[in-house]
Design a protein around this ligand. Sequence first.
Ligand SMILES: C[S@@+](CC[C@H](N)C(=O)[O-])C[C@H]1O[C@@H](n2cnc3c(N)ncnc32)[C@H](O)[C@@H]1O
Length: 329
Amino acid sequence: MSRELSLAEIFQLGYYWETKILLTAVRLDVFSALDGKRKTLPDLAGRLGVHGETLGLLLNALVAMRLLKKEGEFYENAAVAATHLVRSSAQYVGHLLLLHDAEWDNWGKLEQTIRTGKRSVDRHVFETDPDLGGNVLAVLHRIGQQSGPDLAKRLQLRGPVRFLDLGGGAGTNAIAFCQAYPELSATVFDLPATLRLTERTVKDAGLESRIALLPGDFNKDGLGGPYDVALMSDILHYQEFSTNASLVKRVWAQLAPGGRLVIKDRFLNEAGTGPAWTTAFAVHILVNTERGGCYKTADAIQWMADAGFVNVTELEPSAVVQGIKSREV
Ligand SMILES: C[S@@+](CC[C@H](N)C(=O)[O-])C[C@H]1O[C@@H](n2cnc3c(N)ncnc32)[C@H](O)[C@@H]1O
């Protein structure tokens, strides 16, 4: 059994000041203004067009948080901030932090949501701000490039597989699958706005001849096909249970006999109390989506079984479920 929390840890859990200081600095783009240069407070305030004295308090806190350094009157970026928080850096991750900041007001409505059971948002920030959504997907593509190859290897595919990456985003998985299997050809199905980003990532990977882009709404439009393998990675938690059940049926119809569907998501355990990150993610989905939810592995197994898949198995606990479309259909 895990040990009891200390009082200090309870205080730490309730402490968000530094979070908002960092998010505000990213919004003001403090780190880009200091790119490669040391600056005094008046100089930096002038450059950012903000109030000098108050900016000083923010900068001093950032120094204490080890994101900036201060020597005499001069501020400069710490190495980690220069790498990840300066917009022109190839390893910039600020878009992900800007997403958290854009969701800040929604978190303020959590109490009301719990009291009433009513969601406070009617559209996810990816819909209200598609540019931010695209930028976030690009960051996730860059930092998540290891999970695609691992999944590709685990599936042990052979021959000229026709692969569907449904809601494939930046094409991270389609690219990894093409790189793992030289005979595989992929289709990334996603919303037209997202595919603008996918076009770039696929081109950067030199895979334009093997990855087709299919624009549409996966709940309404034709999905192409037939396919031998379909992947639904991190798309179902944005939707309600019945929509997911219908979508799994639509995918079953587009698979060739003997084909398989792989669902990769953040599943909760049976009690709903783990994995720890996913329990908090479930609350995040509650406050930031109109109908989304974190589901259990058993839910994914049910969607697949109801759609007609056989040999439905959990390939990775709380993460990956696979079902086969029988050859006798
Ligand atoms: C969290 S991202 C997951 C991206 C990718 N599958 C991955 O695992 O990296 C969710 C994706 O679903 C797409 N999406 C959401 N609703 C959609 C819809 N109705 N039709 C098609 N794509 C959709 C979004 O554009 C986005 O690319």
